[in-house]
Design a protein around this ligand. Structure first.
Ligand SMILES: Cc1cc2nc3c(=O)[nH]c(=O)nc-3n(C[C@H](O)[C@H](O)[C@H](O)COP(=O)(O)O)c2cc1C
Length: 196
């Protein structure tokens, strides 16, 4: 079971906020071993087609960026490691630059139809394309379009499942099309019958 997330998140200032608001604060444990991703987390992460990742700048500003790709674009390399390809973008390299000064990242991954979300804390490092050919091979770096410049490897330290509250269910175009296809076929069939 994941233990580490709250142990890391419940800092003295957070506990003080709880005390101020509710008159009492949670009792955090000592951050311990890293939380290992289990089968549920692995299935969830590898099914996602997008997520958000926050980094921290050397001036202390948080920075959040959206990442997207076909399901499977986030790979689980081990119980404590996930990775994804960083494509050539607008050449700002804000996330990559931030990681050079502070390797901490926070991710949020959402399954909108199921109204489930997973938060991950970890340490990330950028591995330039060409440095680790075996790693590159897992990411199809030579595919046409969207040139892969580097792989971002994230050492997962902690994760936490959020409650479904306030997640509006949304479906992607392909998910809607899969549901609508038999209805379209049935309509076409009925139209054929009524004409015949
Ligand atoms: C033409 C173009 C296509 C992109 N395609 C993707 C993409 O498919 N998935 C993705 O996560 N980011 C995509 N990006 C963005 C970059 O890969 C990357 O997220 C961005 O450069 C990160 O920069 P930052 O850390 O400075 O915010 C694309 C950017 C451009 C300009």
């Amino acid at each position: 079971m994941a233990q580490n997330f709250l142990d890391l998140a419940l800092t003295p200032a957070v506990l003080a906020a709880q005390e101020h608001a509710y008159g009492r604060a949670a009792v955090p444990g000592q951050p311990g071993d890293r939380d290992a991703l289990g089968p549920e987390e692995v299935a969830f992460v590898t099914a996602r087609d997008s997520f958000y990742m926050a980094t921290v700048s050397e001036t202390g500003w948080p920075y959040v960026q959206h990442r997207g790709g076909p399901p499977g674009f986030v790979k689980v390399l081990g119980p404590n490691e996930i990775a994804f390809a960083d494509l050539r973008g607008n050449r700002q390299l804000i996330s990559t630059g931030n990681l050079a000064g502070n390797d901490r990242v926070a991710l949020i991954l959402v399954d909108y139809p199921r109204r489930a979300r997973l938060k991950i804390l970890g340490h990330a490092r950028a591995v330039d394309r060409g440095v680790d050919p075996e790693l590159d091979a897992r990411f199809d770096v030579d595919r046409p379009g969207g040139r892969v410049e580097r792989i971002l490897r994230i050492d997962v330290v902690a994760f936490d499942w959020n409650c479904p509250q306030n997640i509006t269910p949304r479906w992607t175009k392909s998910e809607v099309e899969a549901v609508v296809a038999p209805l379209r076929a049935r309509i076409a069939e009925l139209e054929g019958l009524s004409r015949g």
